[in-house]
Write a protein that binds this ligand. Structure first.
Ligand code: PLP
Length: 422
């Protein structure tokens, strides 16, 4: 296809996510990608400052993962996953169980981050049904983002993204954003008043991502987890964004030294090559579904559950999360710290924050997600060969782990230039 044909076909037939087609610019056609860079039709190299929506973990077209995918595609590309199994899934589940925090030893596969969350919520609800207790309540954080399917939207913070669907979302008990409010006092009151009705508490550990890259303290996470344990409710950690080294250690829960009952994984799970969701639970949770009675089995499954090619990619990605990779992540964090310290004195910059490979700040006087300033920065950055996608007035960099310090420094330089001229 010629360059023109790609764009013409796209404009005639494609509906893009989170895109206002009435005003969006013509999409940029990307021909190939390598490491931290995307290449357009003219072979212009664009630094992927957001890991293509936080999925690309080690780098684009990482050779070991690409090879694992090609090999697996020639051996077993897909098979039904009820009554059947295969090595890529069984081995991946074993290998993940060994590195997940605590005894999250049982893995349920799905398709993406949203379905990993749906599965977690459904497991929690059916767990209590199987136990024989009526626990209709789920508690979730203000400003949370857990995905775009209905259950995931229900537990996400309510606002612009969820407004058109409001009447169809189930009610949850809302806890304050720990980066801004006294979450523990509200949780304590909830547990005292209605703890026996609480099925689960769901959180994004340490980082509320799409809700504005809000970072909160490890002690809050520890205290929330401890309260859930004491009240006997299930604690769900949504590590779709934070998993696989993004916050420093392999998992944000590990950073805070907590062990959830249920963890949701996706995005970086396959190194960012293929969609795959995974919900891992403690053995004690799984056991509540094991019985001679078929009506107690977990009622959930997707056509592509545990797709062998995606599982092979995930195993290859996991092998790459070694010491050398940790050193690269530390180097990225060091650049964030140094550059954001510098930027924090800029009059247009507020609330600089760093968590592992994430560096973020807020633009002063921004009016929220639809504020044009974020789009203006994204356009400016793209003209300077950097892919950014600010969340309204929240600017962040979350690059792939292969990123070199000088590549990240250059991205900060472009941002600083924009601040000076805007
Ligand atoms: N949970 C978290 C914490 C996320 O950040 C996201 C996506 O950004 C999701 C769930 C949903 O994942 P997906 O877009 O793969 O459905």
């Amino acid at each position: 296809m010629s360059d023109g044909d790609v764009i013409e076909s796209d404009r005639a037939h494609v509906w893009h996510p989170y895109t206002q087609h009435g005003s969006a610019r013509v999409p940029l056609a990307i021909k190939r990608a390598k490491g931290a860079f995307l290449f357009d039709q003219d072979d212009r190299a664009i630094f992927d400052g957001i890991s293509s929506w936080w999925v690309t973990l080690h780098g684009h077209a990482q050779p070991e993962i690409a090879r694992a995918i090609a090999e697996q595609a020639g051996i077993l590309e897909q098979v039904i996953f009820t009554d059947f199994t295969h090595e890529p899934a069984a081995a991946l589940a074993r290998e993940l169980s060994a590195v997940l925090p605590g005894d999250l030893s049982r893995c349920f596969f799905s398709d993406d981050g949203s379905t990993a969350v749906e599965v977690a919520l459904k497991i929690a609800m059916q767990y209590w049904s199987n136990v024989g207790e009526k626990r209709p309540l789920i508690a979730a954080l203000e400003n949370a983002y857990h995905g775009d399917t209905f259950g995931a939207m229900s537990v996400s913070g309510r606002g612009l993204f969820t407004a058109p669907f409001q009447d169809q979302l189930f009610e949850v008990v809302r806890l304050p954003d720990p980066s801004a409010g006294d979450v523990l006092a509200v949780l304590d009151k909830l547990i005292a008043d209605r703890g026996h009705e609480l099925a689960a508490v769901i959180v994004e550990p340490l980082l509320l991502g799409a809700g504005g890259m809000h970072v909160y303290g490890e002690q809050f996470l520890r205290d929330m987890r401890e309260r859930a344990r004491r009240s006997g409710t299930l604690f769900i950690a949504d590590e779709v964004l934070t998993g696989f080294g993004r916050t420093g250690p392999l998992f944000a829960c590990e950073r805070a030294e907590i062990e959830p009952d249920i963890i949701c994984l996706s995005k970086g799970l396959t190194g960012g090559f293929l969609p795959l969701g995974l919900t891992a639970v403690r053995e004690e949770v799984f056991e509540r579904f094991v019985s001679d009675d078929r009506s107690r089995m977990f009622f959930h499954g997707h056509s592509y559950t545990a797709n062998p090619i995606a599982c092979a990619a995930a195993r290859a990605s996991l092998r790459l999360l070694n010491k050398e990779c940790k050193a690269r992540r530390d180097a990225i964090e060091a650049v964030h710290r140094e550059r954001l310290k510098h930027l924090s004195t800029h009059p247009k910059v507020r609330n600089t924050r760093v968590l592992g490979t994430l560096g973020a700040f807020d633009l002063a006087d921004s009016s929220g997600y639809l504020d044009k300033i974020g789009r203006a920065l994204a356009e400016y950055a793209l003209r300077n060969n950097i892919l950014l996608r600010p969340l309204g007035g929240t600017v962040y960099l979350l690059p792939p782990f292969c990123t070199l310090p000088e590549e990240l420094l250059n991205a900060y330089e472009v941002i600083a230039r924009f601040l000076d001229i805007s």
